[in-house]
Design a binder for this molecule. Sequence first.
Ligand SMILES: [Zn+2]
Ligand SMILES: [Zn+2]
Length: 394
Amino acid sequence: MRLLTPGSKLQRTWSDFIDALYAPVGQDFNALYWLYRLSSALLDTILPCRDDLRRIRINGFACRLRPLIPCAGITLTLLCVISYFTTFRDTAVIKKGKSETLHTSIVVWLAFNVLSHYLYCIYKSPGIVISPKSEMTANINASVAKRNDAVIKIGGCCFIQSRVNINNEKKRCNFYEHYCTTNVKIDESTQNAVHHPMPNDTFCHKCEINRNARSHHCRVCKVCVLEYDHHCPWINGCIGYNNYRNFVLLIFYIMLGCWYGACLLALDFYAMMREYFQDNGFKIMGPQYGTGILDLPPPWTLLKDYRNTGKIDDDVILRAVFPFLLFVSICMFVFLLDHLLSIAKGFTTLEKKTRPDRNDVVNPFDLGIRKNFERVFGKSLINIIIPFPTHKKW
Ligand SMILES: [Zn+2]
Ligand SMILES: [Zn+2]
C-alpha cells in the first residue's frame, strides 16, 4: 500500500499528529480533533475525491460515497452466486434430482455476463468530448505517470478510477462527426418539421467547447458525453455512446439471472411460507424477530448464529434471496422495456424525456427499428451471448 508514502496527505497529517503527541507538557492535545484529522486524511487517501467537488460540503461527502455504490452492486451479485453454491445447489438442484452440471453452467454463464458487463460499464469510457480544460488536467497527470499517454481519471469503483485515454476519445469524436455528416441527412419533405435531437454541433458553456451533435454535459462527471443517456449512480459514471450497449446488456442479464433464480426457488419458497403460516398463523410482524412478514433475523443475530453454528440457516437464506431476486427482476424488466423502446425509436433516455410535445417531431437519427437495434448491439448474436469485447466502434 502507498498509504504512508513521503509527502502524501496522510503521511503529513501523521507526522503532525506525532509532533503534537510528544509536544512538551502544558501544550493542548485535543484527541477528538486528531481523530477527525487522521480519519479524514485516511478517507481522502483510500477514497479519492475530486478537489472541485470537495469544496461543496454535501457534495464532498456524496463524492466519497459514490465509488462505493458500484462496489455494493458487485457485492450483491457475488452474494447471490455464493448463495447458489453454498445452499441452493444442494437444496434446489441436487436434492430435487435436477442436472447439477446444467444448472451450475447456467449460473456461472449468467454471473460471468453480469460481472463483465458491470465492469465494462464502470471502466469503459462512455465517449467523452475532450475540452482544453480536461486536456490540461490530463497532461498534468501524464507528466507524473510513467506511460506517456495523456489520461483523464474519472468515476470508477472504490479507489480504482477508470482511465480515459485522450487520443482514443478524440478519434471517437472524429468518427462520430464523420458518421453524422455521411448518415444523417434532413429530408426535404421534413425540412419544416421540428427536428429532435438536432443534427448540428452545439456549444458547452461549462467546458467551453464546440461539441458533437447529441452530446450533453454531465454535472457529476463534469465532462461532455457523446450520445449522453444518463448518469448512473450504480456505475458511478455516465452511460453514453460507447458503453450504452454494455449497460442494456447488463440490465438484460441481471433480469435473466434474477428470473432464473426466482423460478428455481419459487416452489421451495411457497412450500416454506405455507408451512410457516400454518404453524404461526398470518402475522404482519413475524413472531420470532418481528421484522415484517418474512421475519428475517437482524444482521447481528445472523452473525452470532454463524459464529455459534458455523452456518446460516437455509430457510433464512431462502427467505432473503427469493424476494430480492423477484423484486430486482421486476425492476429490471421495466427498465429494459423502457430502454428497448428508446432504442427502437432512435432516442437516448434524455432525448426521450426532452422530446417536444408535438406531432410533427422528426428524429434525423432514426434509421428504422432493425438498424437502430443493430447500431446499438451489432449484428452478431455471439457477441451478445459471450461478453468479449469484439464489437468495437470508435
Ligand atoms: Zn460540457
Ligand atoms: Zn456522469
